[in-house]
Design a protein around this ligand. Structure first.
Ligand SMILES: *Cc1c(COP(=O)(O)O)cnc(C)c1O
Ligand SMILES: [Zn+2]
Length: 430
């Protein structure tokens, strides 16, 4: 019996509690589970000063932007942690982004700074650590790309085999390259993400393979550290808004859970309103939020932002719970809005993958609609690195993305190999 198994798992729907520490992803009723921390035991023992002191520590766990908050993530033996010192991501203020969104108080936390280039590393360090505790030899996931890149890396670090299921032809090149490079056995399913998700759950139920999708409640625990570290970056001042893209909706669920725990421990005095931004072609939560009806999966979800091309998000109940509890909103943005927002973020010298920039497109849209006030403080999450999807960048700047008007194109100049031709080109007279 390892220490993390003393944490309870609780069903978000029927409230059933599991205390046996067995490998379990879903409740008997079929719904998703939450990890329950013993907050009563932690009250009074945790302080913001403790988290700040650890910033200056050289201990491996303290250097990780996840394990620095370990009491609220996964109490366990520090020597058993599988970490790449993830987190510690940069907070950007940019006049480009302020002008574009119409809001001066926007800061962007760039989760693309993580070891494999996305926030998935924060969940994966915890997922891989738990997999090791359970003695797993193989871990598996279905992925639109970044989960597989991250899992492949952490599995190799921990000496486990990685099995990745990806939708055929729908994964960005940077991500596929990482999964292959880190040694994952990669299976391309002739279907979409939702097919891959269904199959990986069936495989993990049959074989003794540990499932590391965000349906795994321990991954959500690691992702909470985005908001812990964000607040630490802001010297524990809570912003008015927290804005992020929504795909499978694990991340928005995680950020709300982390905030609610800080609040319950009286470590923060208020909560930000959570705004989840979906791509218009993969917008089931947006529709559920607007209509108040249960989530209807979107068949044939379609968007250039492949990380959020998900029609049947597994964590929608957890996510919507956070949006409603904080007085937040769900918004949708078109691919054209996403790609033009991305061009600004990239041009500002920050750079991020398409799905990340749904955040900035969403802030712009919500400011335009008066939902976010120009004077509000807004923390946006950029979820992935600019190099994840080079194809989208090259096509945008070559103005060859179908149906999309590029507001800030920057195609390479093609010139003859003569000084004359080059001088004409760089003086702009060609
Ligand atoms: C996974 C991912 C998302 C979506 O997060 P969910 O938890 O699935 O909602 C958004 N952007 C990037 C870059 C991602 O990798
Ligand atoms: Zn249940």
């Amino acid at each position: 019996m390892t220490s993390q198994t003393s944490l309870q798992l609780k069903c978000v729907e029927c409230g059933e509690i599991y205390t046996d520490g067995a490998v379990r992803y879903l409740c008997g009723c079929g719904d998703v589970l939450d990890v329950v921390h013993d907050l009563a035991a932690l009250r009074g023992k945790l302080s913001l000063e403790l988290f700040d002191e650890r910033l200056g520590s050289k201990a491996s766990a303290d250097r990780s932007g996840v394990w620095r908050f370990r009491e609220l993530i996964l109490p366990c033996d520090e020597s058993s942690i599988v970490t790449r010192w993830e987190g510690n991501t940069r907070l950007h203020c940019s006049s480009w982004v302020a002008d574009y969104t119409g809001c001066d108080g926007v800061v962007l936390k760039h989760e693309g700074d993580n070891p494999t280039g996305s926030f998935k590393d924060r969940g994966m360090t915890v997922g891989a650590t738990v997999a090791k505790h359970h003695g797993a030899r193989t871990v598996a996931c279905a992925s639109t790309g970044n989960t597989s890149a991250s899992m492949a890396s952490y599995a190799s670090l921990a000496g486990m085999e990685a099995l990745v299921f990806i939708p055929d032809g729908e994964i960005a090149f940077g991500k596929l390259a990482q999964a292959l490079a880190f040694g994952a056995r990669t299976i391309q399913i002739a279907g979409d993400f939702d097919d891959a998700m269904r199959i990986v759950q069936e495989v993990c139920a049959r074989e003794s393979i540990y499932l590391l999708n965000s349906i795994n409640p321990f991954r959500i625990e690691g992702q909470k550290a985005i908001v812990f570290e964000l607040l630490q970056d802001l010297d524990w001042q809570v912003p008015d808004w927290l804005v992020l893209p929504g795909g499978n909706l694990g991340n928005s669920a995680a950020l709300y859970k982390g905030l609610a725990e800080l609040r319950e421990l009286n470590l923060i005095e208020s909560m930000p309103r959570i705004a989840v931004i979906q791509a218009a072609g993969a917008n089931p939560l947006y529709t559920a939020f607007r209509t108040g009806a249960p989530l209807e999966p979107v068949r044939g979800a379609s968007t250039l932002a492949s990380a959020i091309r998900i029609g049947a998000p597994v964590s929608w109940k957890k996510s919507l719970r956070g949006v409603l509890a904080t007085g937040g909103v769900v918004e949708e943005v078109s691919d054209e809005e996403i790609m033009n927002a991305k061009a600004r973020v990239d041009r500002a010298g920050i750079g991020a993958e398409p799905a990340s920039c749904a955040t900035v497109a969403g802030i712009k849209k919500l400011v335009g609609a008066g939902v976010i006030k120009a004077s509000d403080s807004v923390a946006g999450i950029l979820t992935g690195h600019v190099l994840k999807d080079p194809d989208a960048v090259i096509k945008y700047h070559g103005e060859s993305l179908e149906g999309i008007h590029s507001e800030l194109p920057n195609a390479p100049l093609r010139v003859e190999a003569t000084l004359d031709a080059v001088m004409r080109a760089i003086s702009g007279s060609e």
